[in-house]
Design a protein around this ligand. Structure first.
Ligand code: GLN
Length: 510
């Protein structure tokens, strides 16, 4: 208890608890590995893993989508195991080790190693990502005014990793070979683990993040402690995920309910039906006042899913477009993945000042409007990208400035939605189901990848040669971006139109 209160008054890191310093660097390096690898993933699949297939784009889109969906869905399970058994410290450490292992296995050029590596990263991310975010929150007491800015600093760490990693891993990948790029991602994760470990050694976390019930963790099942079982099962889950990811081909026929779907798509569809069913049950069982707010929480989660569904195309279709149809200067296609994080770093503070400024004059838009504008801006960003077709040269190559504009605009959209959404979910959900709603919020990223997969497959270019590009691919991409922009702008306008109603339902929540 003594330790807890002393920790809350700790101001050793720019007025924040010293623990934040260590978590900041641990997460910075974890995201370094995650985004460094993601910058190479689609290009690696198209040029190496599926190189021999004429349907290589289709396969890459399917695997990218399943990987992304599982990487975010696993956070729900990782969060639950941490809350019930492991606590944050053990979970983060286990997750980091699994992720580092995954990136190193990826450095082996072999199809089995490829899927196994993704399996390790999925499970590792599930233990790491949700728990380090919640750990940050636990460094502060309830209502500590420093908490929001603590999260802003943490979000900066995420994006410093996401900015630098594609530049370095992309450089190593194209200069020395893919595996050096993946290897560097692995070293990044190890560096993150070293930061986390030194934080624990320095005692900056006080007594936070320890297992909730130590006895339960030590309890033996068939002669082996629960703690050991969890670690063994985590490692064994990776090959299971690998099998799911390698079954990327559709198993249903076009006309059935599961038409053109692979095993991961089907799992997400079935689970989605249960989640929707459960949400209806919850809506039915809460009080009328709670119901109103919960409806808004569900709506903003759906809007966020849609936004990530367009945004996360950056690691697949947009990377391929960059490599095939953009006259790149300064950086290569993998390295363009750094642009989103770069703009977030540049724009995060101005936009947060803008909200404060508008607040002073009482014209800070309420959350539903921010979400509507976020989607609208995403739509405009794709509209700009679709306009690049008109500026293409005779080889079907478009100027780099259009890609820069896309990332500039979509990053503004992200800042209108993502940081706002997380805190609104806590405000809008009844206390007893807030953890469940947090899980649903994380699942919004998982379901977004199902949309990414759908779009990616539509924009897949079938060709006997892996040397696709120029005029062969330009029309497909431009047509696709045009359609995406129409859907996103339409969705944004619809949200803005319904905002007055949602605003009313939110009551006192801003
Ligand atoms: N870029 C953020 C991160 O990596 C959010 C990504 C997401 O939720 N899809 O943490």
């Amino acid at each position: 208890m003594q330790k807890n209160s002393s920790l809350s008054f700790d101001t050793g890191f720019f007025g924040h608890p010293k623990g934040l310093l260590y978590l900041f660097f641990a997460e910075l390096w974890e995201r370094f590995s995650f985004y460094g690898m993601r910058a190479l993933l689609t290009l690696y699949m198209v040029n190496v893993v599926f190189e021999a297939l004429s349907t290589r784009d289709f396969a890459a889109a399917a695997v990218y989508a399943s990987y992304g969906s599982l990487v975010y869905a696993s956070t729900v399970v990782g969060g639950k195991i941490s809350d019930t058994y492991l606590g944050f410290r053990k979970s983060i450490f286990l997750g980091g080790v699994l992720m580092a292992l995954g990136h190193f296995v990826l450095a082996i050029q072999n199809d089995i190693a490829f899927f196994l590596a993704l399996g390790f990263i999925v499970v590792g991310n599930g233990f790491f990502k949700p728990n380090i975010s919640t750990f940050v929150g636990s460094l502060y007491k309830d209502k500590d005014p420093r908490k929001d800015s603590g999260f802003t600093i943490f979000y900066m760490g995420i994006n410093i990793g996401g900015w630098v990693a594609p530049l370095l891993c992309g450089y190593l990948g194209s200069t020395y070979g893919w595996h050096y790029g993946f290897g560097l991602a692995g070293f990044g994760m190890l560096t993150g683990l070293i930061f986390f470990w030194s934080g624990m050694r320095a005692g900056v976390f006080g007594d936070r993040g320890l297992p909730p019930l130590k006895n339960r963790l030590e309890e033996k099942i068939i002669g082996v402690s629960r703690n050991t079982w969890i670690h063994i099962l985590a490692f064994l889950t990776a090959p299971l995920i690998a099998i799911m990811l390698s079954s990327y081909e559709a198993i249903g026929n076009g006309n059935s309910f599961f038409g053109d779907q692979n095993i991961v798509n089907i799992i997400f569809k079935v689970v989605g039906i249960f989640i929707i069913g459960y949400l209806f049950y919850v809506l039915y069982s809460v009080t009328a006042a709670e119901r109103k707010k919960l409806i808004v929480a569900i709506c903003i989660t759906i809007f966020m899913t849609l936004f990530w569904g367009f945004h996360e195309l950056s690691g697949s279709v947009i990377t391929l477009f960059a490599s095939r149809n953009v006259n790149l200067t300064i950086m290569d296609a993998a390295q363009t993945n750094s642009l989103n994080s770069m703009f977030i770093i540049i724009l995060a503070l101005p936009i947060s000042y803008m909200w404060t400024y508008l607040n002073k004059y009482k014209i800070n838009p309420r959350t539903p409007y921010k979400f509507g504008f976020g989607l609208l801006i995403a739509g405009i960003s794709f509209f700009v990208l679709s306009m690049s077709g008109g500026a293409a040269d005779e080889n079907g190559m478009v100027p780099f400035s259009y890609l820069l504009m896309l990332y500039f605009l979509i990053s503004i959209g992200e800042l209108f939605m993502s940081p706002v959404g997380l805190s609104k979910i806590t405000d809008l959900s009844p206390k007893r189901i807030v953890a469940f709603m947090m899980g649903v919020w994380f699942l919004s990223s998982a379901y977004a990848f199902q949309l990414v997969g759908f779009i990616g497959k539509q924009l897949a270019i079938e060709s006997d040669s892996s040397n696709i590009g120029g005029l062969e691919s330009l029309g497909t991409y431009i047509g696709g971006f045009d359609l995406i922009s129409k859907y996103a702008i339409g969705a944004g306008l619809l949200v803005i139109l319904t905002a007055p109603l949602l605003k009313k339902l939110m009551g006192d929540v801003h």
